[in-house]
Design a protein around this ligand. Structure first.
Ligand code: SF4
Ligand code: SF4
Length: 163
């Protein structure tokens, strides 16, 4: 290694020494997720009524390539049916988003929830209430792009834009 290469190495080290750190003190400090980040799929509620949007049609469970979603249902006065139980087995989820694409009423969305580690096997099974809790604050909004086109955008609780 020549003297020039050594100085070049020192120069890079010195440059990095004075640069602000790029790491954060996780879990005390958390970075904001990229907008299209895919965390656990969750159930969303109607922002107007607070009611679950799911009609228990079962299309998400059918579309899931890994049999992650299970549900039982019963008749519902206004929606036809609604889920009595709805579970997602988090460790088996591939985060592929096929369940979201299959849902005709946008009742399931990929969330920004990624902290899935647990010390108890039961905690890895997400039931309906946990999924609805994680889905609160996620909603779709119609927005105009700079080209004048109207598009549907999914908003997340950790987005800068809030309702
Ligand atoms: S993201 Fe993919 S693997 Fe996970 S529940 Fe949905 S369809 Fe199944
Ligand atoms: S989340 Fe959507 S696709 Fe799945 S059962 Fe509910 S309404 Fe049907």
């Amino acid at each position: 290694m020549s003297l020039y290469d050594r100085f070049k190495g020192f120069y890079v080290t010195l440059g990095e020494f004075f640069r602000p750190p790029t790491t954060v003190q996780y879990p005390h400090v958390k970075r904001r997720n990229p907008h299209r980040f895919r965390g656990l799929p969750v159930l969303v509620t109607d922002p107007e009524t607070g009611e679950e949007k799911c009609t228990a049609c079962g299309l998400c469970a059918t579309a899931c390539p890994n049999n992650v979603i299970n549900m039982t249902s019963e008749p519902h006065a206004t929606k036809g049916r609604h889920p009595v139980t709805y579970t997602i087995q988090a460790p088996r989820c591939l985060f592929c988003g096929l369940c979201v694409e299959a849902c005709p009423v946008k009742a399931i969305q990929m969330s920004h929830h990624f902290e899935l580690a647990a010390t108890n096997r039961d905690d890895l099974l997400y039931d309906k209430e946990r999924l609805l809790d994680l889905g609160r604050g996620i909603y779709d909004e119609i927005e105009q792009t700079s080209d004048g086109e109207w598009v549907e955008v999914t908003r997340y609780p950790d987005d800068e834009v809030t309702r």
